[in-house]
Design a binder for this molecule. Structure first.
Ligand code: 5GP
Ligand code: MG
Length: 185
């Protein structure tokens, strides 16, 4: 079945099916199960999604989450231009009081880990009781930080992917499957 999904073109690049929607669904369900088991019934976690890429993952994750929880979002962006230090800035922050709360940050993908470093500094002085990170996709070959990632849905190749919320220059977020770029390399 899976090889019946045709290649696609987005702007100037070609992409090929990499992870089928059904496999994503299985992975998300497993992650939810693990988080729910670990946190238990009474934790009332705040799931904080990192926009924009996380919107589909967040939506699928929380609709399967079996216990009471809250949902929030923040938005970060890499600095434009020639800054190669990988600094990221916060465009939309968190307004909730997180003191004494269980916070699980949901990320679509962790690549170099620069965003993760910024997230940790963003949350570190908020008196959070229990801070965890859950990422759907993880590029182990690219990750260069020491910060722990408590929940990883899938390790993937160090290649550019689109779909299921992830974009290429603003397009492709609506695709239900994950596609991998086939023109690089
Ligand atoms: P970081 O390098 O800070 O771990 O990841 C920064 C951001 O780069 C991610 O949150 C994601 O928005 C973007 N990113 C990393 N790898 C990919 C990829 O393969 N495809 C897409 N569309 N975005 C990616
Ligand atoms: Mg992201």
């Amino acid at each position: 079945m899976e090889n019946m999904v045709p290649d696609i073109k987005l702007l100037d690049k070609k992409f090929r099916l990499y992870i089928h929607a059904s496999q994503i669904e299985e992975t998300v369900k497993k992650m939810v199960q693990k988080v729910a088991d670990d946190l238990g019934e009474d934790a009332c976690p705040v799931f904080v999604g990192v926009l924009n890429g996380v919107f589909m993952f967040m939506s699928d994750f929380v609709r399967h989450y079996p216990y009471v929880c809250q949902v929030s979002f923040l938005k970060m962006s890499s600095y434009e231009g020639t800054d190669s230090t990988g600094k990221v800035k916060t465009l939309l922050g968190i307004n909730e009081d997180l003191k004494g709360r269980t916070v699980v940050v949901l990320e679509d993908i962790v690549d170099t880990g620069n965003t993760l470093v910024e997230l940790h500094s963003l949350f570190k002085d908020k008196g959070i009781k229990d801070f965890r990170v859950a990422t759907l996709f993880f590029k182990p070959e690219s990750y260069s930080k020491d910060l722990p990632i408590e929940y990883v849905g899938m390790d993937i190749d160090n290649r550019f992917i689109v779909g299921y919320g992830l974009d290429y220059n603003g397009v492709g977020r609506n695709l239900p499957h994950i596609y991998q770029n086939i023109e690089d390399k």
